[in-house]
Design a binder for this molecule. Structure first.
Ligand code: CU
Length: 157
């Protein structure tokens, strides 16, 4: 014999869980939704350099890092960099050509894995600082012999 209380409690729990599920589904949908960025940049990790592609004008640049010669320097980058204008929202589409890398701009709190065969998206707002300011980009997933030199710069233009 099923009492009316058992039925009521069962329905109350079902209703509560359905409510939590609906709320979570809406929340997860909005967490993943991205706004309209000012610029897209495709970031491709290679052993051992970063490649930056700018779909707006169809150009790609390999970023080659030269270690510093003085103790305090950050070293320099030639060939290409992540160029962005102050205050702009940039979407980076991050992937890898070989092994797992991790794209990291420590001073901006940007970190996203570069995984072969997968594209990870991330949007961030470029700080409004003087043009010419550079932010270090460093691979933060050990990816082989020259992982430590897998560096580049976000250059404010
Ligand atoms: Cu790497």
């Amino acid at each position: 014999m099923v009492s009316k209380y058992e039925v009521a409690w069962t329905l109350a729990v079902v209703g509560l869980l359905a409510g939590v599920a609906a709320y979570s589904a809406v929340l997860l949908y909005h967490i993943d939704s991205l706004g309209d960025p000012g610029e897209y940049v495709d970031v491709i990790g290679h052993q051992w350099f970063w490649e930056f592609c700018y779909p707006a004008n169809g150009t790609c640049y390999n970023s080659t890092y030269t270690p510093p010669t003085t103790e305090n320097g950050l070293g320099s980058v030639s060939g290409g960099a992540l160029w962005a204008t102050p205050g702009e929202v940039v979407q980076i589409n991050v992937t890898s050509d070989d092994v797992v890398h991790s794209f990291n701009i420590p001073n901006l709190g940007v970190r996203i894995d570069a995984i072969p065969g997968r594209i990870n998206l991330f949007q961030f707002t470029v700080p409004t600082v003087t043009p010419g300011t550079e932010y270090l980009i460093q691979c933060t997933e050990f990816c082989g012999t020259f992982h430590g030199t897998m560096r580049s710069f976000l250059v404010i233009t």
